[in-house]
Structure formats: structure tokens, C-alpha cells
Design a protein around this ligand. Structure first.
Ligand SMILES: [Mn+2]
Length: 317
């Protein structure tokens, strides 16, 4: 089934002289890695084509490559490929609707907005799907493309820790390493090296979080705390991924004031059992069963969701 769709995608890529590749707003390493790997693969295979990777850059992930600015005229004439994005409103840099568009995504289905959609919600990452596309067509691969794909895969699976890592993931990564001989160990430096202030702030969260009798851990993070350690709301929010495997904690969250978004409270919630996205949905949030996010108006609202998440932990026990 996926072989057929890969061939269809390749045919369209072959047909167009100009191709635009987009991904979701607030890019993570999988979004950028799959986007820039696909761009490089198309350009390596077809050096005469014009390929643009669009969207706002993220300075943190600059090592994955540069992005391109384009106008409406270019986009309207191009083949548009959107990676890692389930819904249209989350596409970064979409300025018009070209005649042909392709979606390559591993999120649960939200809406149809491309003329050709390849959705595989059993895939661990969009990067794995781009690799599948390369392996099943005449698209080329090299060490530089491989490192971008690998970064996407290890970021979305948290180094093969999450459950949607499959035998296919290991098989394809093994093939990726043996075919290109790229230095996969150096990918970890780019992804995991961080300044001491961030590590110290993580220690601060651990030392100051409240853990309820039902196993729900949380911390409210104010602007003063962010200023003291010199970290931003997004960085603080992403730290929840590091609090897995604490014996006394079933689910956990950090609630961070986000002055870049009008002083709203950014809630990042994780779980190793209790279903949390249903609770988050009651507050306008979303995400997966065990990894979810929400945006709240005030710390008073935080108290309500904390009570609900604590209850979810109690029911799980
Ligand atoms: Mn992804």
C-alpha cells in the first residue's frame, strides 16, 4: 500500500520543476529534519529543480539547515509538500493553495486538505516516512540527508523510548546507517547538548514540584523563576520529557507563564499510565493519551486542571 503512494509522490516530484516543502508552526527536530532531508534528497536526485523549505526558522535547530523565503507567485506554481502536520491551520508559511499538494504525516487524522495524503499514524515520525519514500523510489540518500532523518527519528521517539518505535523503525535505521555510514553519534551532541542554566533549572523543577498522594506531580513556573535561570517558557515546557520513570509519579505537568503569548499559561502534561488528553480536552487542549498540552488563562484555572489530573491518577490507581 505505502509502496504505491511512494511511487505516486515520486511521479509528482519528477513532474514539477519547482517544489515547496512546508511543515508545522513551532517546528521540532522531526518537522525540520523531515522537511530539510526531503529537500536535500530531491536536489541531490534532480539538481536542476528548484526546491524551497519554508516556514519560520528555529535558532535552536539551525544545524539542520537554512530555510527559504518565497512569494505567492512561486508557491502557486509549485508542487507543495507538507510534512508532519495534520491540520491546515498549523502549516507554517502557507500563503496560497497550489493545484497539487501532498501531505506526509504520522499524526492521527484531523482533516483532509491536500490533493494527495499519505498518513501513517503507526509511523514513529515524519522522518521515518520520508526515509520510506526514499527507500521505495529513485530518490537519493547520502550522509548529510541521513543525519537529518536520524535526528527526526530520535527526537520523536526519544531515542527509541516511546511505544510507537517499531521493528520497522529499527530495520530502517539499520539500513540507513549501513548504506550511508553517517556518524550517528554526533547527532546526539546537536540534540542533547545544553547550557548549564537549563540543567540547573531542571534541578529547580525537580526540587520544587508538588507530588500528590495519588502520584500527580506539578509546578507552576512564574516569570521571576524563568528570569532567575535565564530560560524561556518553551524550554521550561519541554523539560517535562525528562521526568519519566520516577517511581512516585504517575503523571506530571509544568505550568509556565508565557509572556510571548500574552501572559497565558502554557501547560505541558505527561503520563506513564493515566489518560491525560481527555482531561486536557476539557480545557481546550489536545495531544496524545500520554503526552498532552493545554493553554490556560490564569493560575486559577491551573488549580482546576490540577485537581482533574490528580483525579485521573486516583482512578488509574
Ligand atoms: Mn513528528
Amino acid at each position: 500500500m505505502y509502496k504505491k503512494v511512494c511511487k505516486k509522490i515520486y511521479k509528482l516530484i519528477k513532474k514539477y520543476d519547482s517544489i515547496v516543502i512546508a511543515r508545522h508552526v513551532g517546528p521540532d527536530p522531526d518537522a525540520l529534519g523531515s522537511q530539510l532531508a526531503l529537500k536535500e534528497s530531491i536536489l541531490t536526485t534532480f539538481p536542476n529543480k528548484k526546491v524551497y523549505a519554508v516556514g519560520h526558522p528555529a535558532s535552536r535547530f539551525k544545524y539542520l539547515g537554512e530555510l527559504d523565503g518565497i512569494d505567492e507567485e512561486i508557491m502557486s506554481k509549485s508542487l507543495l509538500i507538507i510534512v508532519d502536520t495534520p491540520n491546515k491551520c498549523r502549516v507554517d508559511g502557507l500563503i496560497c493553495d497550489p493545484a497539487n499538494s501532498i501531505k506526509i504525516d504520522h499524526h492521527p487524522f484531523v482533516e483532509e486538505f491536500c490533493t494527495l495524503e499519505w498518513i501513517d499514524d503507526t509511523s514513529c515520525s515524519a522522518a521515518q516516512m520520508v526515509l520510506e519514500l526514499i527507500f521505495n523510489t529513485d530518490l537519493k540518500l547520502n550522509a548529510s540527508i541521513a543525519s537529518k532523518i536520524y535526528t527526526g527519528i530520535i527526537a520523536d521517539t526519544n531515542r527509541f523510548l516511546f511505544s510507537y518505535t517499531s521493528s520497522k523503525t529499527f530495520y530502517m535505521v539499520s539500513k540507513l546507517i549501513s548504506e550511508t555510514k553517517f556518524d550517528f553519534v554526533s547527532s546526539y551532541n546537536n540534540l542533547y547538548l545544553r547550557p548549564i542554566k537549563e540543567v540547573k533549572f531542571e534541578g529547580y523543577i525537580i526540587n520544587n514540584m508538588t507530588i500528590t498522594d495519588n502520584g500527580f506531580a506539578y509546578l507552576k513556573i512564574t516569570q521571576d523563576m524563568l528570569d532567575e535561570y535565564g530560560v524561556d517558557a518553551a524550554t521550561a515546557g519541554n523539560m517535562v520529557n525528562n521526568f519519566n520513570y520516577i517511581e512516585e509519579v504517575l503523571a506530571w505537568a509544568v505550568f509556565t507563564v508565557d509572556n510571548n503569548n500574552g501572559g497565558t499559561i502554557r501547560g505541558n502534561i505527561r503520563s506513564r499510565g493515566p489518560i491525560i488528553n481527555e482531561v486536557a480536552a476539557n480545557y481546550g487542549g489536545g495531544g496524545h493519551k500520554l503526552a498532552s498540552g493545554v493553554r490556560l488563562k490564569s493560575f486559577e484555572e491551573v488549580d482546576n486542571i490540577v485537581a482533574d489530573l490528580d483525579k485521573a491518577c486516583q482512578e488509574f490507581k
